[in-house]
Design a protein around this ligand. Structure first.
Ligand SMILES: [Zn+2]
Length: 139
C-alpha cells in the first residue's frame, strides 16, 4: 500500500485509520488492509495511534465477522512491503479449519475466486458494520 494514491481502495475511515478492501476478487471472502491515514511506520506510530490500534483491530475483525460464512478473521503484519504501517485482515471461510494459520494468505490465491457480486456484498457488509461505530464510508 503506497502513499502515491492514498484513497485508492479505501472503503471506510475515521480521523486516524482507514480500511482498504475490494482488491481483485480472490479465494477468501474478504481481505483488507488497515493503515493509519497519515504516513507512519511501526517504529514511529504516535501514542494516539498506538492507543487506538487495539480497539480498531477488534472493531475491524468484528465487522468482518458479520459476513455470512466467515469463521475467524486472521490479521497480520508482514512488514516486507510498503513502509506505511499496515495490517492485513484475512477472513477464513467458516468451518474450513485447514485454512488456519499462516497458510491462509496462500489459500487466497489457490481457492476458486469469490463471485463478483458476493465479493461486493461482503465489502458492503463490512463498511456498514464499521459505520455503526462512527467514521465515514468512502466510495
Ligand atoms: Zn505512507
Amino acid at each position: 500500500m503506497t502513499c502515491s494514491d492514498p484513497n485508492k481502495f479505501v472503503i471506510w475511515r475515521d480521523d486516524q485509520w482507514q480500511l482498504k478492501a475490494g482488491f481483485e476478487p480472490n479465494g477468501l471472502p474478504f481481505v483488507a488492509v488497515l493503515e493509519p491515514r497519515e504516513h507512519y511506520r511501526l517504529d514511529n506510530l504516535t501514542p494516539e495511534l498506538l492507543a487506538t490500534l487495539g480497539p480498531i483491530i477488534q472493531r475491524v475483525a468484528g465487522a468482518i465477522r458479520r459476513i455470512d460464512g466467515v469463521g475467524r478473521t486472521h490479521f497480520n503484519r508482514w512488514g516486507d512491503g510498503s513502509e506505511h504501517f499496515h495490517i492485513w485482515f484475512l477472513a477464513r471461510p467458516l468451518g474450513q479449519m485447514q485454512f488456519r494459520g499462516a497458510m491462509i494468505a496462500a489459500w487466497d490465491e489457490i481457492l476458486p475466486k469469490v463471485p463478483d457480486e458476493e465479493f461486493k456484498a461482503n465489502v458492503h457488509t463490512v463498511t456498514a458494520a464499521l459505520l455503526e461505530g462512527g467514521g465515514e464510508s468512502v466510495d
